[in-house]
Design a protein around this ligand. Structure first.
Ligand code: SAM
Length: 305
């Protein structure tokens, strides 16, 4: 019997080094066998990550494969309402405290989803460690995606020391707290009070002193902030286009905007960005969303006036 799971493809000669790295990270799915395809190996991993694709894997003999799930901190999120499977996941992964069933897609203004507790501690709150930073998240109360950790590091690499940054849709603060390592100050806004409450907790926990959390609708920022920002992060893929004109107003000429959008063709938003006075430096796929649709990030530079 084969099982569908996320997998990382590497040339066979790099397979052992990658396997060891995934074990150290706790990311390797040890219940499934590594696959060989030509000169490549495909290593099964527990959650979607940069460069991962979907593959079929054989289970190791005698090891019962676990139901499909995603991990966020100590919580396993199942795609089926399967209490017995949830118990099995908790028994096989001692670092987990709770298993939940994601009853629907991420939805609503706050971008949260309904979760049903299947097994373990009755909580949707957990702690996530990402590149040495710790975040308290509440999966039912505020948005958080562990899949964006590589993306946050990618933006951090582009930040120059001392930048003044705006995160328009900051959630519990993972972009803002990551970028704080190089920025002089970051204004981090969100309209979900629970997200801002957790952001405050995360600011304290990570001993960050240059993030200014703001409980506000991003629609109001251009009217009240007189600053011109060096860089703006816009991570609201389903509705971000509405906020682009305000982002251009808040960005200094020559400054950068990272605009996340749901797209179905490459270059879908380029004409609009040019019309607003921006140049697209790069457009990258962040993750797949549905057949024929994906989340893309446009790295934009605001043109000099
Ligand atoms: N950047 C965060 C992260 O990576 O975890 C959160 C991204 S989540 C996709 C979008 C966030 O935008 C949610 O936390 C939601 O509450 C917030 N949001 C939605 N509409 C907003 C608005 N008009 N103004 C400010 N925040 C908004």
């Amino acid at each position: 019997m084969t099982v569908g799971q996320w997998g990382i493809r590497v040339p066979a000669r790099q397979g052992e080094a990658m396997r060891q790295a995934l074990i150290r990270e706790g990311a390797l799915d040890t219940l499934l066998k590594v696959r060989r395809e030509g000169t490549d190996l495909i290593l099964p991993v527990l959650a979607e990550r940069e460069g991962a694709g979907r593959y079929e894997f054989e289970a190791h003999a005698g090891r019962d494969p676990l139901p499909r799930h995603e991990l966020v901190g100590g919580i396993a999120i199942l795609q089926e309402d399967d209490p017995a499977g949830a118990e099995k996941i908790l028994a096989s992964r001692p670092s987990l405290h709770t298993a939940v069933y994601a009853q629907g897609e991420v939805s609503g203004e706050y971008r949260t989803r309904e979760l049903k507790i299947l097994a373990g501690k009755p909580t949707t709150r957990t702690e996530v460690t990402e590149h040495g930073r710790r975040y308290t998240v509440d999966l039912a109360g505020a948005y958080f995606s562990a899949r964006l950790s590589t993306e946050r590091q990618r933006i951090l690499d582009q930040v120059q020391e001392g930048e003044v940054i705006l995160d328009m849709f900051a959630g519990v603060g993972p972009f803002a707290i990551t970028l704080a390592a190089k920025a002089s100050v970051i204004v981090a806004a969100d309209l979900n009070p629970r997200a801002v409450e957790l952001m405050l907790e995360n600011i304290r926990k990570n001993r960050v002193e240059n993030v200014v959390p703001v409980l506000a609708d991003a629609r109001r920022l251009a009217a009240v902030l007189s600053w011109k920002f060096d860089r703006i992060v816009m991570n609201l893929p389903l509705a971000g286009t509405e906020f682009l004109p305000d982002a251009f107003r808040l960005c200094r000429p020559g400054g950068a905007i990272h605009f996340y959008a749901l797209v179905s063709t490459e270059g879908e938003h380029t004409a609009r960005i040019q019309e607003l006075g921006g140049t697209v430096i790069a457009e990258r796929t962040v993750r797949s969303y549905s057949p024929g649709q994906w989340h893309a990030v446009y790295d934009i530079i605001r043109d000099q006036n």
